[in-house]
Every structure is written in structure tokens, then in C-alpha cells.
Design a protein around this ligand. Structure first.
Ligand code: GCB
Length: 612
């Protein structure tokens, strides 16, 4: 947004702790699953009574008053002070805020309960319980036994379900969901979006053989020259949960007549082979190949696109050719229902609107969106910037907070590293410039690179506004592949005609990207272009910005204005024009396009000629 002061803080060295192994199972859509979506019962528990006793001590596992223990009285004398009934239910997936008026502003604890029967497809299978995401903290209990805990509102997690706990009938799954904001979490207490609570994404039981393929990666070798589309080198790996019984890994791409076998000598098997030829994935040709990975005990299929992405000199190259990113930022919120987005239908709506705007790229702000978004982006041919919620002022001095951020980064990359659409991992947004933060962010950048060396790493930085010239001189610029920054010339400072005299100096010889720019307006409010909040003001803002983009330095690699749709934000309290909404969308909460939509579309349609 704006950088007003430079904090000088004492640099504390964040020690690089060895990466924690997160046994996340990937490619859930292709696994044998049983959905636990649907109607769940709930109890709202603002005091945490189900978790703490009256001395505020954590309850023991078999405490009869704990909400994870059965709520059924043993006989008529039994006193049970918690009970789940069908009178109080929530739909999963889904945030709670949008499901009943009493939840609209609720932040705190809600207990969810689902009863289910379960028959294994194969009695020898292992079973995992998988959550697409729970915001923010989830404590998970099955039949009164704790399976585990997870923090982080936008990334998946799974627990192994021991055979001794799971029954064929009468299981009850209880999840304590807590979306209370805390200073030492990621994000921290202060953001500019609504903190939707709940089990916001799918819940599934996954069945896998005892020895199974946990994860895998396939991508064109970094730095490969693609002059001719012949003998394209592919590299990757297959991660097995255990290797002794797997023998060999066989990778097949039937359409390309590829079948390669690799001996298994450990849990992680390196892959290396050539594609004799292939159609590369790009926005114009979002070609996905069916890939089959087999071991002697497991088999998994996926649809994988092959492409390269690099920052070379002043340019971003997609498949070796200069790329201009015609982007738009998107929050994971959907109109007209006003709720967290989660489904394929939601993804089609949001990405469809971006396509209509002329986009070839989206910035998924400010946290990892659900997997339907990235899979749909793969199939529609939309490039993606994916980000973790290291937003504004997380506690950069804390090693625990760093670990929380790194866990979310790891979970984001693990889930999505086979999505060709994703070209940029972002480690944060508008973090204040000082040595402690720079060290923190730098360590995140190196973590991202060590998890995935095939994509660009970036972060949305701020502008150092100076008379005569606006500088991008944040020291973090040295460590990112793509220098990205948010600028609001004409909204947070001055009027849009400020753009006419604006000059830009990028302190790094790298491609740069405007990760945000925008102005707020209420759909249907009209005035002259000088009238704040009018559609005409926003339209003028975009006209001046577009004129400025046209004279940007030649390392300008694209932009993702703020934002596709208006979204809920408790920070926005102008009771005439905002009422709890950030209205910088080009589309309003009812799905109606504002005048500025056409201005950006015209610019993008012009840029599209000859560019992905
Ligand atoms: C920003 C933030 C974004 C805000 C936006 C605004 O710079 O990155 O999260 O919503 O500005 O509207 O002020």
C-alpha cells in the first residue's frame, strides 16, 4: 500500500531449522476416497468449555465433559452438559459466517460433529483423514481419541487413522475449530479481509495400500533449452511412504508412448527421462497429459502440463518466450452468496470472470486458495501466483512464527507443485522494510527454492515514494526472481492524474510486476471523475494508470490490479460507501461489472495480440 517509514530494527538471525517432514498425501482427487462433506452438527463454544475445565486446565482425553467424548447419557441419571443435535447444523465445506445470521461476525470456537459408517474397499488398506483446510486451528478427534492438531487456515493436512479407532459403524468425528486471531500466528491479527471460520474445504477419508505413492513431481528440467520440441528433458521424483515392498516405479504417459521404469532403492526415487516431443502447456494451449505412476502396490494418475518458466535478464520467459502477465488479484470469496469459495463451480465463476477481463494470469491473494482453483487454472490455461499469508506485520522476530510460515509454504507447495498453471510462489505481502523482516523473508525464499526450484519466487513489496521518482529499493528485491510491488497512485496519495508525472526506478536488473493497484467505488454510484467512490473516479484511475503502464521501463512484465470482486473487510467502515466491504473490485458483490472493467479489458485485449 504505502511505505511511510523505514523501521530500523536489530537484526536477529533466524536459524535455519531442518525442514520438518510433512507427510501430506497429494493428488486427492485421484485417490480412493469417502467424502465426509455434508451436514455436520455443531456447538458454539466461545469460552472453550469443551476443551478446558473450570480451572482452565486442558481436559484429559477421557474427561466425560470434553466435547470430543460421546454426548449420549449412559442412563437417565446422567448429567451431560454438551449435546449435538440436528437442530444446529452447518454444511461442510463452507465457512460458518455465511450460514446463519448469528455467525456473521463470529470469531472463536465452534465444535463440529459428523457421525458415519465406513466400509474399507479393501480390508488391507490404510486409512487417512484429509482436510482441504480448516480456518484456523483444528483439533481432531475420532471416537473420543485425538488424531492430531493443525494450524493454518488455507492449507491441507491429513492424519493416519489407526485401525484400532475406526469402526464399520457408529463412528463420530469431532473437530474443534478455532478462528481466533493471534499476534503470533500467520496471518496475524490485522488483515484487510474477513476472517471466515469453519471447515472451509472438503473432508475425506482416503484409502491407500500399506505401501503407497505419497507424492511425486514431474517437470521439464530447469534451464532446458526448448529450441526444438524434441527430446525434452524431464526431471522429478516419486515419494513413497515406505520402499521395501515397492520394487520399481513405472512412469507412463500413454499419449506420448512413454513407459519408463526406475528401480526403488529408498523412499524417494529420482526420475529422469526425455519426452520425444510434446505440446507445451501455455495459456493458448493448456495441454495436459495423462500421467500414470505405478509401483508394484499402488497406482496413481494425474493430468500434468509441461512448460518452463524463468526470469532471464529483464524478462519473464514462458517456454522460452517473453511473457507479459495480464493479471488480476482474487480473494477466495464468491458472489452473490458472499462466502468462502471452495467448489469447482466457484473456480469456474472466478476464473471465467478473469478470462472475460482478458487475463492470462491471476494472483491468488493473500493465501493458498482451494485446489479446485489451481486445477481449473491448469485446464483453462490461466497462470497463477500463489501466496502464503505473511501479510503486513506478522512477528518477524519470532522463530516460532517463522516455522508457522514455513509450514504453510511447505503445505502450499506440496499440494500444488504439479500444477503447470502456477508459475510464482509468493512468500508474502507488504511486509515492513527492516533487517529482521528481510532476514525472515529471505529464509522463506530459500525454503521455497529448496522445495521447488522450477518456479519463480516473489513477494509483493511496497514503493518508496520520492519526489520526482518512485523507487523500488526494498533490499528483498535482491533475493526474489520477480520484483513485485503494490502501488496506489491516485487512491491513497493524490488524484489519478499523479500518474502522468510519475517516474519509476527499479533498483534491480530484473523483470518487475505491479502486484496491486486499484481504487474503490460503489457499483451504481455515479458522479464526475473527481467524485470519490463514484464509478467515474475508478474509471479515471484506471485510465491514468493504463497510460502510465504504457511508458513503464522495458522490464515491466505485467500486473495484477486489486481486485476482481468486491470483498468483505472489517476495516472498511464508511457507512455510505463501504459498510464492511472493500469495494475496489471491478465487479460488485452481486456480480455486476463496474465501468473500469472495460478500461482494463481494453488494455489487456490490446496487449494480448501476440502474447499469451
Ligand atoms: C493492499 C493490500 C490489500 C488491500 C489493499 C487495499 O495493499 O495488499 O490486501 O486490500 O491494499 O484495498 O488497500
Amino acid at each position: 500500500m504505502r511505505r511511510t517509514s523505514q523501521l530500523v530494527a536489530i537484526a536477529t538471525c533466524i536459524s535455519t531449522i531442518a525442514s520438518a517432514q510433512i507427510p501430506l498425501i497429494t493428488n486427492i482427487p485421484a485417490r480412493t476416497t469417502t467424502s465426509l462433506n455434508g451436514t455436520w452438527q455443531y456447538i458454539i463454544d466461545p469460552y472453550g468449555t469443551g476443551f478446558y475445565d473450570y480451572r482452565y486446565q486442558e481436559r484429559k482425553e477421557n474427561d466425560r465433559e470434553a466435547y470430543w467424548t460421546t454426548d449420549i447419557p449412559v442412563d437417565k441419571t446422567d448429567r451431560k452438559e454438551h449435546q449435538f443435535t440436528d437442530r444446529y447444523t452447518l454444511q461442510v465445506p463452507g465457512d460458518w459466517n455465511s450460514q446463519a445470521e448469528k455467525f456473521l461476525y463470529y470469531e472463536g470456537i465452534v465444535w463440529y460433529k459428523k457421525s458415519f459408517d465406513f466400509t474399507r474397499r479393501n480390508p488391507a488398506n490404510k486409512v487417512y483423514l484429509y482436510f482441504g483446510a480448516v480456518n484456523y486451528e483444528a483439533d481432531v478427534y475420532l471416537n473420543g481419541k485425538k488424531l492430531g492438531k493443525h494450524k493454518g487456515g488455507f492449507t491441507p493436512f491429513n492424519f493416519e487413522v489407526p485401525d484400532s479407532i475406526l469402526k464399520s459403524s457408529g463412528n463420530y468425528l469431532v473437530v474443534k475449530v478455532d478462528n481466533t486471531r493471534h499476534k503470533d500466528e500467520v496471518p496475524t491479527v490485522n488483515t484487510d479481509w474477513w476472517n471466515y471460520g469453519g471447515i472451509t474445504r472438503d473432508v475425506q477419508l482416503i484409502e491407500v495400500p500399506q505401501s503407497f505413492i505419497q507424492d511425486y513431481s514431474l517437470a521439464i528440467k530447469k534451464g532446458a533449452a526448448l529450441k526444438t520440441l524434441k527430446n525434452i528433458p524431464v526431471e522429478g521424483w516419486v515419494q513413497l511412504n515406505e520402499w521395501q515392498s515397492a520394487k520399481e516405479v513405472v512412469v507412463e504417459i500413454p499419449e506420448l508412448k512413454i513407459k519408463k521404469a526406475f528401480p526403488v532403492t529408498g523412499n524417494k526415487v529420482a526420475l529422469q527421462f526425455n519426452l520425444p516431443t510434446a505440446e507445451l502447456w501455455s495459456p493458448q494451449t493448456p495441454k495436459l497429459y495423462n500421467v500414470v505412476i505405478n509401483t508394484s502396490t499402488d497406482r496413481i494418475t494425474d493430468k500434468v502440463g509441461f512448460r518452463t518458466i524463468e526470469a532471464v535478464g529483464k524478462q519473464v520467459l514462458l517456454n522460452g518466450k517473453p511473457l507479459f502477465m495480464r493479471g488480476i488479484c482474487i480473494h477466495e470469496e464468491i458472489s452473490p452468496q458472499i462466502r468462502r469459495a471452495y467448489s469447482k463451480q466457484d473456480a469456474l465463476q472466478l476464473l471465467g470472470q478473469a478470462k472475460e477481463l482478458g487475463c492470462n494470469m491471476v494472483r491468488l491473494a493473500h493465501y493458498p486458495h482451494n485446489e479446485n482453483m489451481t486445477r481449473t487454472a491448469d485446464s483453462l490455461g490461466i497462470l497463477v501466483w500463489s501466496e502464503i499469508p505473511v501479510y503486513w506485520t506478522v512477528d518477524f522476530s519470532s522463530t516460532e512464527v517463522f516455522e508457522k510460515a514455513r509450514t504453510q509454504l511447505t503445505e502450499m507447495i506440496t499440494r500444488d507443485h504439479n500444477r503447470a498453471s502456477i508459475i510464482i510462489w509468493s512468500v508474502g505481502n507488504e511486509t515492513p522494510v527492516n533487517p529482521v523482516r528481510t532476514n525472515f523473508m529471505r529464509n522463506l525464499i530459500s525454503s521455497a527454492r529448496s522445495l521447488d526450484s522450477t518456479r519463480l519466487v516473489s513477494a509483493a513489496l511496497e514503493v518508496n515514494y520520492q519526489p520526482g521518482v518512485n523507487k523500488i529499493d526494498d533490499p528483498l528485491g535482491e533475493y526474489v526472481d520477480l520484483v513485485a510491488f503494490n502501488e496506489y497512485l491516485g487512491w491513497y496519495s493524490g488524484l489519478p492524474d499523479k500518474c502522468r508525472s510519475a517516474n519509476w526506478e527499479i533498483g534491480y536488473n530484473k523483470p518487475f510486476f505491479i502486484s496491486e493497484t486499484g481504487a474503490e467505488t460503489q457499483y451504481g454510484f455515479h458522479g464526475d471523475s473527481l467524485t470519490r467512490w463514484s464509478e467515474e473516479y475508478q474509471e479515471w484511475y484506471y485510465r491514468e494508470q493504463v497510460a502510465m503502464f504504457k511508458r513503464m521501463p522495458d522490464n515491466f512484465a505485467g500486473l495484477s490490479p486489486w481486485i476482481l470482486c468486491d470483498f468483505r473487510s472489517p476495516r472498511r467502515n464508511n457507512q455510505t460507501f463501504q459498510e464492511g466491504w472493500n469495494n475496489k473490485g471491478l465487479i460488485d458483490q452481486k456480480g455486476r461489472k463496474k465501468k473500469a472493467f472495460a478500461v482494463l479489458k481494453e488494455y489487456y485485449d490490446g496487449k494480448a495480440i501476440g502474447n499469451g
